[in-house]
Design a protein around this ligand. Structure first.
Ligand SMILES: [Zn+2]
Length: 283
């Protein structure tokens, strides 16, 4: 499902900045206020979200306690190559899922966006948040109303043409013959979800890189930011002198680089931050 490249952090030499976290020893209210201040002062805010945000919507993570891979075992790391070797079989499995994929689909159908998703939508509508880069494939950002969205690992409800990179909803695809082909160019269609071993589609990767390059503040929400290339985005912002605001109940490898760390679930923290940003903007 997710791109597996778990490479060592190439920026670890910067760990001397580790103690910059101004949120140390601060009260919850002060931390929220400081996070809002940083967001308010920024010129171009981009969010990076990950599995933690989905977990708050009841979607199990892939790894860790209760994780799908923990329960069923890690999927093959060459999922994309397997797809290419036998796309018909891969599609049959996709349409009649079993094991972890079945559990994931059943959960996805039931899941609803949480206040963290809606908080990001509000920041977007305030003109503060310019893009949400998500590693989640669950479609919850779109369902919450995010419009400035880059789904770096794809979207499980969409199908993508491997030739022209056109995306379409699963319902719009003619499945009478498997594997289905692109109505535009005749190319092979695959779930938009980026498989293990599959390169990130060039259009979304470019968009993520461009948005990251513009950002002087990144909200890092519910992600341990260890999966590349997404893990590199906050470090890029940090290296250029931008601010990182981490919202995560758990400490991550990124915590030492963050200007503010809000140690709470996004569903609790983001609505508070949005409220404070609104006040700062006088709206
Ligand atoms: Zn096509």
């Amino acid at each position: 499902m997710l791109t597996p490249a778990l490479e060592p952090c190439p920026y670890s030499r910067h760990s001397v900045i580790a103690q910059r976290s101004a949120s140390k020893g601060m009260s919850w209210e002060d931390t929220i206020a400081q996070a809002a201040e940083v967001v308010h002062r920024a010129r171009y805010v981009v969010a990076l979200t990950g599995a933690g945000l989905s977990v708050e919507s009841g979607i199990p993570p892939f790894r860790g306690p209760g994780g799908l891979w923990t329960k069923y075992g890690e999927p093959p790391l060459n999922g994309f190559q397997r797809f290419l070797a036998d796309p018909k079989k891969a599609w049959e499995e996709r349409l009649n899922p079993s094991g972890p994929m079945r559990e994931l689909w059943e959960t996805l159908v039931r899941a609803q966006p949480n206040p963290g998703h809606y908080g990001l939508v509000e920041l977007e509508r305030l003109g503060v948040l310019r893009c949400t880069i998500t590693q989640n494939v669950d479609n919850l950002h779109r369902r919450a109303g995010s419009e400035l969205l880059a789904e770096i690992h794809g979207n499980a409800t969409l199908v993508r043409c491997l030739s022209c990179v056109r995306r379409m909803p699963m319902e719009a695809v003619d499945l009478s013959q498997l594997p289905p082909t692109c109505p535009e160019c005749g190319g092979l269609l695959k779930s938009d979800t980026v498989s293990f071993g599959e390169p990130i589609p060039p259009d979304v990767l470019r968009r993520c890189q461009e948005e990251t390059a513009r950002a002087d503040c990144m909200l890092v929400v519910g992600t341990s930011a260890t999966v590349y290339p997404a893990a590199g985005f906050p470090l890029d912002v940090h290296q250029r002198g931008g601010a990182l605001v981490e919202i995560n109940p758990y400490e991550t490898e990124l915590t030492p680089y963050c200007t503010v760390t809000v140690r709470a679930p996004a569903g609790e923290a983001l609505p508070k931050i949005v409220e404070a940003v609104r006040l700062l903007r006088g709206r």
